[in-house]
Design a binder for this molecule. Structure first.
Ligand SMILES: C[S@@+](CC[C@H](N)C(=O)[O-])C[C@H]1O[C@@H](n2cnc3c(N)ncnc32)[C@H](O)[C@@H]1O
Length: 275
C-alpha cells in the first residue's frame, strides 16, 4: 500500500472518530470499533482530575492519545509549542495554559473533522493563545527554527514516512528546542500478522517503531540527548483487548506480544549549535 493510500485510511478513521466523539459515543486509539475508551488499555486514564477540569468535557472524550506529553515536557511561560496530530485539541489547550499569554500553542492535523472539533473545544475553553493548522506532519507549515517544544500524542506511529516527520520536527525546532513526544513503542520481535494489519496500523500499533530504531532515527535526523522512557507497558490481558476483533488468532498471538508494546515518552533535543 502506498504512503498516500495509508494516509487516506488514517484520515478516514480519525474523521469518523471525531464525529463519534461529537455524537457522545466513545472511540479509541488502540482497540476495535465499539470499545469504550473508558477501559481502553492505551487511551484510558491519561489525565489527572485537575487537567480534565481545565478543558471542555468533549476534549477529554475525544482524546485518543497514549500518554500525557504536556505533563512531561516541562513547558515554560512564553514558549512556542507545536502538537503534531493534535486531534480534538486536548494537549494544545493544556499547553496553551502552561505557556501562558506570552507563549503560543499550535496544533497541526490533516483531518478536517478533528480540526473542527479542536476549534470548537478551543472556543468553549476560551483559550486565545492557541491555533489549529491544517496540514501533514510530513510537511509542517511553519518556518525553520520557530518552535521551542514539539509534542505529539500517539501520532508518529501512524506516519508512513517517519524519517520525514523527524526531519520536519528538527527543521522547525529552534536550536536547543525539545522534542517531547508520547508514542507507542515496541521492544523485541512482533508477529508478522500484527505488522501486516492495516486496522492495527490505524489503531496506533502495527506502525510503532522499535525502541532502538526510534533512537537511531532521531539521532540520524540530527537530535541529541535522545531517550525513550516507558510510561505504560502492555501485558497479556491488554494485548488480548487491543488485538481482539481484528481477525487474528488472539489466543496464539497475545502471549507473543506480552510486555512488548509500551507507551513511552520519547525525548530529544536539537543541538544548540544546529542551524
Ligand atoms: C491517535 S489520534 C491522536 C490525537 C491527539 N494527539 C490526542 O492525543 O487525542 C491521531 C491524530 O493524528 C492525526 N494524523 C495522523 N496522521 C497524520 C499526518 N500524517 N499528518 C497530520 N495529522 C495526522 C489524525 O487526524 C488524528 O487526529
Amino acid at each position: 500500500m502506498s504512503t498516500d493510500q495509508m494516509r487516506d485510511i488514517v484520515k478516514e478513521k480519525y474523521a469518523a472518530a471525531a464525529l463519534r466523539a461529537q455524537a457522545e459515543k466513545a472511540s479509541c486509539c488502540g482497540t476495535g470499533a465499539g470499545q469504550s475508551s473508558c477501559c481502553d488499555p492505551i487511551t484510558s486514564g491519561l489525565y489527572s482530575e485537575r487537567e480534565s477540569g481545565e478543558v471542555p468535557e468533549l476534549a477529554i472524550r475525544a482524546s485518543l492519545g497514549c500518554g500525557n506529553p504536556t505533563a512531561l515536557a516541562e513547558l515554560k511561560p512564553g514558549e512556542v509549542v507545536l502538537d503534531l496530530g493534535s486531534g480534538g485539541g486536548i494537549d494544545v489547550l493544556l499547553s496553551a495554559k502552561r505557556v501562558g499569554p506570552t507563549g503560543k500553542a499550535y496544533g497541526l492535523d490533516m483531518t478536517d473533522e478533528m480540526l473542527a472539533l479542536a476549534r470548537e473545544n478551543q472556543r468553549k475553553a476560551g483559550v486565545a493563545n492557541a491555533e489549529f493548522l491544517k496540514g501533514e506532519i510530513e510537511n509542517i507549515p511553519l518556518p525553520d527554527n520557530s518552535v521551542d517544544v514539539i509534542i505529539s500524542n500517539c501520532v508518529i506511529n501512524l506516519a508512513a514516512d517517519k524519517d520525514r516527520v523527524l526531519a520536519e520536527a528538527f527543521r522547525v525546532l529552534k536550536p536547543g528546542g525539545r522534542f517531547a513526544v508520547s508514542d507507542v513503542v515496541v521492544r523485541g520481535e512482533i508477529p508478522s500478522e500484527i505488522r501486516r494489519s492495516v486496522e492495527l496500523w490505524v489503531g496506533c500499533l502495527s506502525g510503532a517503531l522499535d525502541e532502538s530504531d526510534y533512537i537511531a532515527r532521531l539521532q540520524r535526523a540530527g537530535f541529541d540527548e535522545v531517550s525513550v522512557e516507558p510510561t505504560r507497558v502492555y501485558k497479556l490481558e491488554d494485548a488480548r483487548e487491543f488485538l481482539s476483533g481484528h481477525g487474528l488468532d488472539v489466543d496464539a498471538i497475545a502471549p507473543l506480544v506480552d510486555g512488548r508494546f509500551f507507551s513511552g515518552f520519547v525525548r530529544a533535543r536539537k543541538p544548540v549549535g544546529a542551524a
